[in-house]
Design a protein around this ligand. Structure first.
Ligand code: NAP
Ligand code: NAG
Ligand code: NAG
Length: 336
């Protein structure tokens, strides 16, 4: 009788409501893009990996704010489809595609020189493109593919576009990292595949740590220029990010989708860093998926490690302090 009492309507309704409330609270962010009035008329933004997931939602939001929105994608077909979709949804005709494969330094250089030649300004650069689940492999440029796509390509891209960003201040660099940076290792020998990080999906975790370290060092170097650089975690987001995993892993991921943020919700912290009044002038910081300032892991706050990684990355990409490429020595990557 007592037990049946518990099961009578008001109680089980409450029991149902509780997890629903919990889910809602988990997904809710205190900062919501649609409540932010920022207008980007006359400004130019670049979003890498803008044809799907978080990147597409970010590009959609920035286009809605009237920015000239450059989608930097590696596929002409997928990129153009996103351009059409975003133009149709926002009515903004200044949404354009430029081809970029962050896994190839040659492609990064070609993309950057086209931007420098044809664009008069750059107000926001969102380094969003990223992969996980690819096998450890060395590219024709002698670099490990996941490390190049997620870290070294964006490193070079940002550096090549710095002068244009500085000429368009206040400008912002936004790096999409992950809460998983906290279990990564930043060894520059990973970049060339001389050493291979061990453990489950360790390459991804390590690139996301490098993203935070890079952002910190970049912010230090940009002090006083009016260009800010911040990193963020989008949270656990239901996108196509798991596409390179085996089917059992993908199936498990699918089961968990209802508990994840949608791509729109996952885009909030990136949009926050890119446009919000609250983030204006803030630099070298890490924001969590609720758009709150958070402390990244101890390794991510190690300034000496950040400098070492920066210098190794400069050598590998052939960048010097001045940004002029000498002949890169691809074999000399011993740091960290
Ligand atoms: N989803 C999550 O739970 C989560 C959590 C933490 C961090 N993140 C980060 O969020 C970012 C976006 O991921 P997502 O979840 O939105 O995944 P997604 O749907 O797979 O989107 C990734 C995007 O990056 C692009 N991309 C991949 N490799 C590229 C390359 N070599 N050159 C240019 N573009 C490339 C993809 O283009 P293609 O269509 O051509 O492959 C795609 O547009 C990533 O940096 C990821 O690490 C995601
Ligand atoms: C992060 O930002 C820096 C500049 O902030 C860039 O060079 C780096 O490659 C970016 N990307 C990642 C994804 O770390
Ligand atoms: C990478 O991150 C995932 C998710 O946090 C974790 O399960 C995995 O063990 C990590 N890999 C390493 C090598 O730390």
């Amino acid at each position: 009788m007592e037990l049946l009492g518990i099961l009578s309507p008001p109680w089980w309704l409450l029991l149902l409501l509780l997890p629903a409330l919990l889910l809602w609270a988990m997904h809710r962010s205190p900062w919501e893009p649609h409540k932010c009035p920022a207008d980007l008329t006359g400004k130019t933004v670049i979003v890498t990996g803008a044809n799907s997931g978080i990147g597409k939602c970010v590009a959609m939001d920035l286009a809605r704010r009237n920015a000239r929105t450059i989608l930097a994608c590696r596929s002409q077909e997928r990129g153009q489809a996103a351009v059409e979709e975003i133009r149709a949804a926002t009515g903004n005709p200044a949404v354009v595609l430029r081809l970029l494969d962050t896994g190839s330094l040659a492609s990064v250089r070609a993309f950057a020189s086209a931007v420098l030649r044809e664009e008069s300004r750059l107000d926001v650069l969102v380094n969003n493109a990223g992969v996980t689940g690819l096998p450890f492999a060395i590219t024709s440029e002698g670099l490990e593919q996941t490390f190049t796509i997620n870290y070294l390509g964006p490193f070079l891209l940002t550096n090549l576009l710095l002068d244009l960003l500085k000429a368009s201040t206040p400008a912002r660099v936004v790096n999409v990292s992950s809460f998983r940076h906290s279990v990564g290792t930043a060894d520059s020998a990973f970049l060339t595949g001389q050493r291979c990080p061990g453990g489950y999906d360790a390459a991804y975790n390590s690139t996301k740590l490098m993203n935070v370290l890079f952002t910190a060092e970049l912010a230090r170097r940009l002090e006083g220029t009016g260009v800010t650089a911040n990193a963020l975690s989008p949270g656990v987001v239901s996108t196509s990010i798991m596409r390179h995993f085996s089917w059992p892993v993908r199936a498990l991921f699918s089961l968990l989708r209802p508990f994840m943020k949608s791509a729109e919700q996952g885009a909030a912290s990136t949009i926050f860093c890119a446009v919000s009044e609250e983030a204006a002038g803030i630099t070298g910081k890490y924001f969590d998926s609720s758009c709150r300032l958070a402390l990244p892991s101890a390794a991510a706050r190690d300034a000496a490690l950040a400098r070492k990684l920066w210098e190794a990355s400069e050598r590998l990409t052939g960048l010097t302090e001045q940004g002029h490429p000498p002949a890169p020595p691809p074999a000399a990557a011993g740091a960290a």
